[in-house]
Design a protein around this ligand. Structure first.
Ligand code: GCU
Length: 640
């Protein structure tokens, strides 16, 4: 058993553990069919009572994990345990003999949420453990429950309250929460989080990706307060049978046989009933005739109130249907072409820290909606913050949401599958009220193998079990064959049979030495019978590097021509129903180290890292403006 396994075994007595690291004896083995259960969901967390713990936190770097295990791997002693509920300065004043080799309360302070890569220049490329701590004041109210809820922590988070371990979570991009009712005290409380960014061949994603690791607490931490019985999950949607359906799940002291009401005042609609013994209830009604369906052209959102016992949640939700029919993707029953772009969760600027604010999200998505005339975004390669998906709801952009099953995951390892299944469940349970989300993607560019096929088929089945109102997909690699002397791209991946839409990443002319003028001559064969989407294509360009003559790679002229010719190629693909070129904005990647053109940035953005538009931006914008105009004419909505 690894050192970490031993540590977890010591620590786990009585703890809530949400990791895939632990050995068999620790990890619960959920049944093969039902999706993995996650900890408290606390859906629509911003609408709940409690306090946002964003702001000043002390931090302390711990490269050798001294705060976890000390001399010869023994458990860390009092002089090293950063999570202890102790004021080191006071203790050492009272006992000058005492030895402490840390002092969180006098450690440097940073504003969270933010990744540690922006804490100071020594932290760029730091991969390891960092301790964060702050105090906050709370009042304990009898019968009230309390949770610590994290928007995300990259990669493994160990959480302590008032010196006591609360829980561990693995996964850098999805929310998690731990109940702390018994540990919370009236007055000053101390929360400590050890965040460890280290990945391995067994993690999700594995060590090597094409994006920078933004280690740390990158999304808000909240103290959430609920009644003794509370609404843990509430999902309100329009089924493709035209029924408006609501499912509510209560948790707490008395979840069963409790009255639940779901109201949409603007539609004078109320659904009500009583929960079953397991605390859940589902009710439905015919679609109100006055309901305006959500679409990119008309992103109608309704105020929805969910009440049960003493608990009450208010959210803004849109209603629409999505399905595939042959090669068509139907939104509200009408064929739609996805005019999209891919992007990473990285705000504009020279020194992003992955703290996505509504302003930062609007700046990025506004360029897609208004700059590119787009109606779709692929949020790659991991669940982006809820700020982003709610902004897509507001602005009217369809969303592709993905979990980081990226490149060479250890598909043969059971715990890795469980980690991926839990990430998928955490992602879907957080966002299934977001009308904008159209796709759950279970993977990106993963090599075909039996273990991989089974792994991803499992995830696809989980996604369907958790959500029957969206489409399931993955970004696949494409095969290139020669047929009668012509290059033909063929979708051969066996995983397609488990997907609703076949999406492929294609880089002819960038990662191949095809002449750009030859791209439109490359053939495409899609025998899957399903809609095809180009989930990625792109070329790097250093903003401002112009070479109209030579048009070398990395020049804006090359990038613009690359997009022109690839779009021309796409217009010849009959089953194509969408595009999400790679990528909206240059983003950080440790793999990209050309000293002149890259300097640690992937430069395939149509915008530079500061938002400067490159020539290719206008090429795509013009293409989408024409498509948008064509799609506005009903009878021609089919092919581009
Ligand atoms: C891949 C991959 C991206 C990567 C891109 C690139 O297809 O999915 O994560 O950044 O290609 O090479 O730029």
């Amino acid at each position: 058993m690894t050192m970490r396994g031993q540590w977890l075994k010591q620590l786990c007595g009585g703890l809530t553990v949400i990791v895939g690291l632990a050995t068999q004896s620790l990890a619960a083995t959920p049944s093969q069919t039902t999706p993995t259960r996650v900890g408290p969901v606390l859906v629509n967390v911003e609408a709940r009572a409690g306090q946002d713990l964003s702001g000043a936190w002390h931090w302390s770097v711990d490269p050798y994990r001294d705060g976890l295990a000390g001399f010869h791997g023994a458990e860390a002693g009092p002089g090293h345990r950063r999570h202890d509920d102790v004021d080191v300065d006071a203790v050492t004043r009272a006992n000058p003999q005492a030895l402490y080799e840390y002092d969180m309360r006098r450690s440097p302070v940073v504003h969270l949420p933010a990744s540690w890569i922006s804490h100071d220049e020594t932290m760029r490329y730091y991969d390891g453990l960092v301790w964060y701590q702050r105090t906050f004041t709370a009042t304990k109210t009898p019968g009230q429950r309390a949770f610590l809820r994290f928007g995300a922590a990259d990669y493994v988070a160990r959480v302590y309250l008032n010196g006591k371990p609360v829980g561990i979570h693995e996964g850098g991009f999805t929310p998690f929460a731990f109940e702390v009712t018994s540990l919370l005290r009236t007055g000053e409380n101390q929360v400590t989080v050890g965040v460890d960014s280290v990945r391995s061949a067994d993690t999700v994603p594995p060590t090597v990706t094409d994006w920078e690791t933004y280690g740390g607490l990158t999304r808000p931490v909240r103290l959430v307060l609920t009644p003794a019985t509370y609404i843990d999950d509430a999902w309100v949607r329009l089924g493709d049978d035209g029924r408006l359906r609501a499912t509510v799940r209560l948790q707490g002291t008395r979840p069963g046989d409790t009255e639940v009401r779901v109201r949409i005042p603007a539609l004078s609609l109320t659904l009500k009933g009583r929960t079953g013994a397991d605390g859940s209830w589902t009710g439905d009604a015919a679609e109100p005739s006055a309901l305006k369906r959500w679409s990119p052209e008309q992103p109608a959102l309704y105020e929805v109130t969910v009440e049960a016992g003493e608990d009450r949640l208010v959210d803004r939700i849109g209603f629409r249907t999505l399905e595939v029919k042959g090669h068509d993707i139907l939104l509200n029953g009408k064929p739609v072409f996805l005019r999209g772009i891919s992007l990473h969760e990285e705000e504009l600027g020279k020194n992003p820290t992955r703290a996505m604010t509504p302003g930062a999200a609007r700046a990025l998505l506004g360029e897609v909606k208004h700059g590119l005339h787009g109606n779709f975004v692929r949020l790659a390669h991991y669940p982006h913050s809820e700020v982003m998906t709610r902004m897509a709801d507001e602005l009217g952009l369809l969303v592709w949401s993905e979990i980081p099953v990226y490149w060479r995951v250890n598909f043969a390892r059971g715990e890795t599958l469980e980690t991926a299944r839990r990430m998928l469940a955490e992602n879907i349970l957080r966002d299934r009220n977001r009308a904008s989300i159209a796709f759950w993607s279970v993977a990106n560019e993963t090599p075909v193998s039996d273990a991989r096929n089974a792994f991803l088929a499992r995830l696809a089945a989980d996604a369907r079990a958790l959500d029957d109102t969206r489409l399931v997909t993955a970004a696949l690699l494409i095969d290139r064959v020669q047929e009668k002397g012509q290059s033909v791209m063929v979708v051969k991946d066996p995983l397609v049979s488990h997907l609703d839409v076949a999406a492929v990443n294609t880089y002819n002319g960038w990662y191949s030495d095809d002449a750009l003028a030859d791209l439109p001559g490359i053939g495409w064969r899609n025998d899957t019978g399903k809609p095809l989407v180009f989930s990625e294509f792109g070329a790097d360009a250093q903003a401002g590097f112009h070479e109209p003559g030579l048009k070398r790679k990395f020049s804006e002229e090359f990038q613009a021509e690359y997009h022109r010719q690839t779009l021309a190629m796409s217009e010849k693909v009959p089953s194509l129903r969408g595009l999400s070129p790679w990528v909206l904005k240059d983003f950080r990647s440790p793999r990209r180290q050309h000293p002149v053109y890259q300097q640690g940035w992937n430069r395939k953005g149509l915008l530079s890292e500061t938002g400067q538009r490159k020539q290719a931006f206008d090429v795509l914008a013009e293409h989408y403006r024409k498509l948008e105009a064509r799609q506005a004419q009903p009878e021609q909505a089919r092919a581009p």
